[in-house]
Design a protein around this ligand. Structure first.
Ligand SMILES: C[S@@+](CC[C@H](N)C(=O)[O-])C[C@H]1O[C@@H](n2cnc3c(N)ncnc32)[C@H](O)[C@@H]1O
Length: 260
């Protein structure tokens, strides 16, 4: 079990609502249709989480995907920690659909992840590392090359704000790797500029892989003091994906209306 902050509830709530709202379009890719639909989770975790402050238990992202009424034809999961892998395997053991679990660093195993994804399917990938160190644009690019691959990417703005000026050299290298370009260095110098990084990330997905950009907002996930810890960035190549994300981010788990 992973101990997480209370903000995790909001992340899981958004993911659950997105997976549920996208069930209609996904249904058209399920058997007897040939396309298929995979849920890809390259930082999968152990499958359950405990909220540190309240002790409450909640399903982790792979179980949220498995419990969807309109489900997937396959789950493709990757996890690096052996203990988490054991728990994850136990928790998905009774699944009705095939679950590929890959062990190790997802950035090394991404070709194996890609090999398990239905090429013509309607796929969605969650990229949810603990910190910027896990994010690699090359890895995301392997997923983004699929024709239909919605992306939900964790972007750790608070960590970057804390470190950009203090650990300049390290964070410059980490950001170059996460964004796949050093173009951000021209516009982002101070911690107040950090949200511009999300725009650079979106632009990369648009220019290199045909993602649409303008419409879908990011969802800031805030800590107990109302400070954004990270933004969940959603990207789709289809206007319908943006529309679904728009509709679910209008209301957060706490009933908050507008996210910006
Ligand atoms: C934030 S947690 C994932 C939580 C999960 N997505 C959920 O919502 O239930 C990040 C997970 O990624 C794993 N991890 C960290 N670095 C990794 C890497 N390079 N490759 C694969 N897994 C990694 C960690 O062990 C941890 O379980």
């Amino acid at each position: 079990m992973q101990c997480v902050g209370s903000w995790s509830r909001e992340k899981h709530d958004l993911l659950r609502r997105y997976l549920s709202a996208s069930g209609g379009p996904r249904r058209r890719y399920l058997p007897p249709a040939p396309g298929g639909a995979a849920f890809i989770d390259i930082f999968a975790g152990p499958g359950r989480a405990r909220i540190r402050t309240t002790g409450a238990l909640e399903d982790g992202s792979p179980l949220l995907a498995l419990k969807q009424p309109v489900g997937f034809t396959r789950l493709v999961l990757c996890e690096i920690e052996p203990e988490n892998l054991d728990s994850l395997r136990r928790r998905v053991a009774g699944a009705q659909v095939p679950v590929s679990i890959l062990e190790g660093d997802c950035n090394d195993r991404i070709a194996d992840v890609a090999a398990a994804i239905p090429q013509w399917g309607l796929n969605v990938a969650l990229v949810d590392p603990y910190s910027l160190e896990g994010l690699s644009f090359d890895t995301i690019a392997t997923l983004a090359r699929f024709k239909r691959m919605d992306l939900v990417v964790f972007f750790p703005v608070a960590e970057i704000k804390r470190n950009l000026e203090r650990n300049r050299v390290t964070y410059t290298a980490l950001l170059d790797r996460a964004l796949g370009t050093d173009e951000w260095q021209r516009t982002v110098a101070r911690k107040g500029d950090v949200l511009k990084l999300v725009e650079v990330f979106r632009r990369q997905l648009q220019e290199r892989f045909g993602y649409t950009t303008a419409r879908a907002r990011t969802a800031p996930i805030k800590n107990d003091k109302n400070v954004p810890l990270y933004h969940l960035v959603f990207a789709s190549k289809h206007a319908l994906g943006d529309k679904i994300w728009e509709s679910i981010t209008r209301r957060t788990v706490g009933g908050q209306g507008e996210l910006f």
